[in-house]
Design a binder for this molecule. Structure first.
Ligand SMILES: [Cu+2]
Length: 416
């Protein structure tokens, strides 16, 4: 009875959720554990524009990411990485990428504490509404993504084309270049494989009588039960011969048709650091609490200004989110609107040079929950991000903040 009730209940729940298809918004980033987002990389100043294009037109993604010094010891140290647009499939074609001002065709070598300014240009290939993020794929860790924006790709008069000029001076359209040859050649290989598979599984008893065939040693044809006959050998020799012939024909064809070749290039380097590594602002002490009921993060900071100009706290950047101590215009400048929130700083005054000040940051945002940024039931209740200070001349100082987080849900007033 109970089982049936549960079955009916789960079926009803399934229908309920299936009948309300909402547009998939995120890229599964909410599924990543909070520590994987907070302690690893912070994205800021991300801009993705324009948000409406025609097929073939460019979209530019710019922004900055920092590999935080708080990189968790439970992950492999960050070493090889790849800054990339994160989009649903090959709906855009990447045509240019720069990291710290240098053209970056492939992976780069990164360091903890490194800041990387990126610019990527991609062209729309497929018509649709696509959610576009910048991301960084880190070997051993996976792809960590920044804030995203919807980009609408509308049909154009001409189909997508991607002309590139080769070193020989010849121009080819990468969208179709060699496409039908690759398709038919792979299909020929597939057919050989299919014949082999069907030959041994459909008319033969090799697979259907596994109980018998597994008893026979590996190199035994078992002629007494007629398992593998000389005729089978003949057909298999023919298939092997056809495979070798395909390889030989392929090599000859390549050598004749493409006499000028260059091995695929691997361009891997450490982008030059272009940011100052000395800081004026220094976090002396930090503690934080999170109230799950109101989605409110409170951070109590003791900050020292070791510089010569007064410093104002402008932003707190956490994973793909930016919280701004400022008006709507400043929020709009901070990045894709969905990933930007408001921060209150108390007292909202500059920290004078040579002085130490106590600040309280208060951030209430649905992003904490939506993007799963806060560790609520984790073995390490800890968050990290970037505090962005600015002096009156506009010089900025971004310092990493790491704080233990106390969840308030266990306080007596919240307990049942
Ligand atoms: Cu997305």
């Amino acid at each position: 009875m109970r089982v049936r009730f549960l079955a009916v209940l789960s079926a009803a729940l399934f229908l309920l959720t299936a009948a309300h298809p909402t547009r998939a918004f995120a890229h599964g980033e909410a599924a990543d554990e909070p520590f994987l987002k907070d302690l690893t990389v912070a994205f800021y100043d991300v801009h993705i524009s324009p948000s409406t294009i025609k097929v073939g037109d460019p979209v530019t993604i710019t922004g900055t990411l920092k590999i935080l010094e708080t990189w968790p010891y439970t992950l492999d140290p960050p070493q090889t990485a790849y800054i990339t647009p994160v989009v649903p499939g090959p709906v855009f074609a990447l045509v240019d990428r720069e990291v710290n001002g240098t053209t970056t065709p492939g992976s780069i070598l990164i360091d903890k504490g490194g800041t990387y300014h990126f610019k990527m240009v991609m062209r729309g290939r497929h018509v649709g509404d696509w959610h576009v993020h910048p991301g960084i794929a880190i070997q051993g860790t996976g792809t960590l993504i920044g804030p995203g924006e919807w980009v609408k790709v509308e049909p154009a008069a001409e189909p997508f084309k991607m002309d590139v000029t080769l070193l020989t001076g010849q121009t080819v359209n990468l969208e179709h270049y060699g496409g039908s040859f690759v398709w038919w050649w792979s299909f020929a290989g597939f057919i050989i494989g299919m014949i082999w598979m069907v030959y041994w599984t459909v008319p033969k008893r090799t697979v259907t009588r596994l109980a018998v065939t597994t008893q026979i040693p590996v190199n035994d044809d078992a002629p007494d039960i007629g398992l593998i006959t000389p005729r089978d050998h003949m057909w298999m020799d023919l298939l092997a011969g056809a495979t070798i012939a395909m390889l030989v024909i392929g090599w000859i064809y390549m050598a004749v048709k493409f006499p000028v070749r260059l091995p695929q290039q691997t361009v891997r380097f450490s982008p030059e650091v272009i940011d100052s590594t000395s800081h004026s602002a220094q976090v002396m002490k930090a503690a934080s609490t999170y109230d799950d009921k109101t989605d409110t993060l409170l951070i109590n900071l003791t900050v020292r200004n070791n510089g010569t100009a007064p410093l104002n706290l402008k932003q707190y950047i956490m994973a793909m989110a930016t919280f701004v101590n400022g008006d709507k215009a400043e929020q709009a400048k901070a990045g894709p609107v969905h990933y930007v929130g408001q921060m209150q700083v108390e007292p909202d005054a500059a920290v004078p040079p040579g002085q130490t000040a106590k600040l309280q940051l208060k951030i209430s945002s649905p992003l904490f929950d939506e993007e799963r940024l806060i560790p609520l039931h984790d073995p390490q209740e800890r968050i990290a991000g970037l505090l962005r200070f600015a002096d009156p001349q506009g010089h900025e100082d971004l310092v990493t903040l790491k704080t233990d987080l106390e969840p308030t849900e266990f306080r007596p007033q919240y307990l049942p």
